[in-house]
Design a protein around this ligand. Structure first.
Ligand code: KIV
Length: 314
């Protein structure tokens, strides 16, 4: 365990500047005002805290969790319980952003009733403020929205359909499929979706859908005309270990930063340079004097958090 871990019961620090909680209606208002919506994925407490503190509007606990955190080849294997577990951690960290939980493959495919039951679980058991479902599932979206749960739709390249699509391919490139995706987008908005993710579609198609819809579009690999943009956090930080897709911009190389730090740590351990005396605890002065009368105690030890020490000792 870590003595430098977050103190028990302490939530994230209050933000330095006042903030207004982002809600689904607030996203529609941003579209109306022409304000771009920023969105990112996150899957755990520390990364969600950073994303929220950076002022990102929408935080998606994506089922990309399956690939970038759990190491699966695609998103299909991740379960409702795993998604709930990660959404809870994210929710604890977030104060401002809208927290959206992705409904995983199998959680809404058997029946609308089961989809609704699982959507309710995300709200009740993880604190999600909205759920996202892939594909033109119009009646499911209508049912979830009617149950007072904000829903985000997702069209275009929908990774849960990887086997049907025959791989991860850009969608809506023919007149017929363009007509279909536009009709699906309008139907989802009409059914009560509060926003729509457009993934892997030509920018011209995304632009037309964005212009026609009353709800915001959030693009990923869908060009700059969408009302907002979303990326997978691990893509943006170079933490996937795979070459990035064309639409990904890497804003930092966290992999190399982490690798260097871990290698330095290993070297320090191997060379007996870590831990130093200053990084060690010392006996209280009276005990030290009994055991080794000439040794001095370290006044910094008094600063160690007593709660933490107790749990460390137990
Ligand atoms: O699971 C995911 O990360 C997504 C994307 C829209 C980023 O669905």
């Amino acid at each position: 365990m870590s003595l430098t871990s977050f103190p028990r019961g302490l939530k994230s620090q209050p933000p330095a500047t006042p903030y207004t909680k982002v809600t689904m209606p607030a996203l529609t208002e941003m579209k109306r005002q022409g304000k771009p919506i920023s969105a990112l994925t996150a899957y755990d407490y520390p990364s969600a805290r950073l994303v929220d503190e950076a002022g990102i509007d929408l935080l998606l606990v994506g089922d990309s969790l399956a690939m970038v955190v759990l190491g699966h080849d695609n998103t299909l294997a991740v379960t409702v319980d795993e998604m709930l577990h990660h959404t809870r951690a994210v929710r604890r960290a977030v104060q401002r952003a809208l927290v959206v939980a992705d409904m995983p493959f199998g959680s809404y495919h058997a029946s609308i009733a089961e989809g609704l039951r699982n959507a309710i679980r995300f709200v009740k058991e993880s604190g999600a403020e909205a759920v996202k479902v892939e594909g033109p599932r119009i009646e499911l979206v209508r049912t979830i929205a009617n149950a007072e749960i904000p829903v985000v739709g997702h069209l275009g390249l929908t990774p849960q359909s990887v086997h049907r699509m025959g791989g991860y391919r850009v969608q809506a490139r023919t007149a017929e499929t363009i007509r279909q995706i536009k009709a699906d987008a309008l139907a989802l908005a009409d059914a009560g979706a509060g926003a729509l993710v457009l993934e892997g579609v030509p920018r011209e198609v995304a632009e037309e859908i964005t212009a026609e819809l009353p709800i915001p579009t959030i693009g990923i690999g869908a060009g700059p005309a969408c009302d907002g943009q979303i990326l997978v956090l691990h893509d943006l930080l170079n933490l996937t270990g795979a070459p990035p897709a064309k639409f990904v911009r890497q804003y930092a190389d966290a992999a190399s930063l982490m690798r260097t730090a871990i290698e330095h740590y290993r070297e320090d351990v191997e060379h007996h340079v870590f831990p130093s005396d200053a990084e060690s605890y010392h006996l209280p002065a009276p005990v030290q004097r009994t055991l080794a009368p000439e040794a001095e105690s370290d006044p910094d030890d008094a600063l160690v958090n007593q709660d933490a020490l107790q749990s460390w000792a137990s």
